[in-house]
Design a binder for this molecule. Structure first.
Ligand code: FES
Ligand code: FES
Length: 205
């Protein structure tokens, strides 16, 4: 069978990957192959949200949509033609913090190193969605967004507070037009010949 590498945007570049098997998870690729270890593994079966990343894709109208997804149950071939964002993309190692992170710090919503990156990425996807629409989520909508990020150690009140506060902080620059253009260019590639697993096996959160 003819194949070509999987191509997707990661850290501002088009990366090409030929995985050893079509079921290699995005989480394993991140942590083991490219050492982006900010994304954590908790349950490894799509329940806890520790591995939350954000995937960007164009909708039927050519508009960029950003969705939080569980990297542990997302397979690499499913990233073809898309953009992958992890917690490393939000702020440089020496800071300043991204507004989502700053809101968590300000509101005492920063928790352990396993769940916090996932909370950050879910909140960022939520922020991007509402910023593009010119809206703000209600507290209940924020709670719904965070329903896939589990922590039984503390509580969610401070995280929900941060979700509200992040809209009051100066927005961080995210060049949607450039990402949209890059994804349109990627879409020109020949169809992927990998037999990607059924997307229904990794439901969007
Ligand atoms: Fe728990 Fe992925 S590691 S949802
Ligand atoms: Fe991180 Fe509970 S899992 S504080």
């Amino acid at each position: 069978m003819d194949t070509r590498p999987i191509r997707f945007l990661h850290r501002g570049q088009v990366v090409e990957v030929t995985p050893d098997r079509s079921t290699r998870s995005v989480l394993d690729w991140l942590r083991e192959d490219v050492r982006c270890t900010g994304t954590k593994e908790g349950c490894a079966e799509g329940d806890c949200g520790a591995c939350t990343v954000v995937v960007g894709a164009l909708d039927g109208h050519g508009r960029l949509q950003l969705r939080s997804e569980n990297a542990c149950i997302r397979f690499l071939p499913q990233l073809d033609g898309k953009a992958l964002y992890t917690v490393e993309d939000l702020s440089p190692p020496q800071g300043p913090l991204h507004p989502v992170q700053q809101a968590l710090v300000d509101g005492h919503g920063s928790q352990c190193g396993f769940c916090t990156p996932g909370f950050v990425m879910t909140l960022w996807a939520c922020q991007q969605h509402h910023a593009a629409a010119g809206t703000k989520p209600t507290r209940q909508q924020l709670a719904d967004e965070l329903s896939g990020n589990l922590c039984r150690c503390t509580g969610y009140r401070h995280i929900l507070d941060a979700g509200e506060r992040m809209f009051d902080l100066p927005a961080a620059r995210f060049d949607r037009a450039a990402v949209t253009a890059a994804l349109k260019e990627l879409a020109q590639a020949p169809a992927l010949a990998y037999s990607a697993p059924n997307p229904a096996a990794s439901p969007a959160r």
